[in-house]
Design a protein around this ligand. Structure first.
Ligand code: SF4
Ligand code: F3S
Ligand code: FES
Length: 232
């Protein structure tokens, strides 16, 4: 089948503004959007730029706006989209070129919540033990692949780019509720800031966008409750 693929192209050194370009691509219904992008680059325009690595929904590098929703190009199939497909870079992040956005601010926020185990106690002889119930408390948020589909679909983030965003809160949640970690107070302090969790207006775009099906709003609520509980 033939698919009409519209791609928002932008080369800052050459173009005054982003503009749509149209490509006709021969496709199989089971192809992914990433397959079409690779085909366009190989057969029609070698200058088309986009990020990808694993091709299987694991690395998080090819999130983009596909038919007006943030999705991973390597996961979404043509038969789920139809014969007219539009592809644009993730909204709310500066465009470097074509579908490549500048992720430095996104990763800066990720680093700001200390996304690593904090525990100054002497190392035990064997592992730091954890029960299944303790592990279950943060199981959902371990699934995050840092694709930025959530944060870049959030109207609160568009309105205030300083908002730490759902992805960073998910990453903080993963450690705050880990029984082996002792950095919860530090992280909750950071997220109680004016650009922390209170910026969330429960709009739910983040949940719709997450390719890992993480219950992001529940994670945000649990972090907010922990902040309130700490104050009380
Ligand atoms: Fe991507 Fe989901 Fe992680 Fe957000 S929470 S960065 S959408 S995997
Ligand atoms: Fe934004 Fe998700 Fe909250 S879309 S406002 S972080 S529920
Ligand atoms: Fe790795 Fe799509 S290429 S998630």
């Amino acid at each position: 089948m033939k698919v009409e693929l519209r791609i928002l192209r932008y080369l800052p050194e050459r173009d005054e503004a982003p503009h749509w370009e149209r490509y006709e691509v021969e496709s199989d219904p089971m192809d992914r959007v990433l397959d079409l992008l690779i085909k366009v680059k190989a057969e029609q325009d070698g200058s088309l730029s986009f990020r990808r690595s694993c091709g299987h929904g694991i690395c998080g590098s090819d999130a983009m706006l596909i038919n007006n929703r943030n999705r991973l190009a390597c996961r979404i199939r043509i038969d789920q989209l139809g014969k007219k497909i539009s592809v644009a870079p993730l909204p709310g992040l500066p465009v470097v070129k074509d579908l490549i956005v500048d992720m430095s601010g996104f990763f800066g926020k990720y680093r700001s919540v200390k996304p690593y185990l904090i525990n100054d106690q002497p190392e035990p002889e064997r592992e730091r033990r954890q029960s299944q119930e303790e592990r279950a408390k943060f199981d959902d948020t371990t699934k995050c692949i840092l694709c930025a589909a959530c944060t870049s679909s959030c109207p609160s983030f568009w309105a205030r780019p300083e908002y730490v965003g759902p992805a960073a809160i998910v990453q903080a949640h993963r450690f705050i509720f880990d029984s082996r970690d002792e950095g919860a107070a530090e992280r909750l302090e950071i997220l109680a800031d004016e650009d922390g969790v209170w910026r969330c207006r429960t709009i739910f775009n983040c949940v719709d966008a997450c390719p890992r099906g993480i219950n992001i709003t529940r994670a945000i609520l649990e972090v907010s409750s922990a902040i309130v509980g700490r104050r009380g």
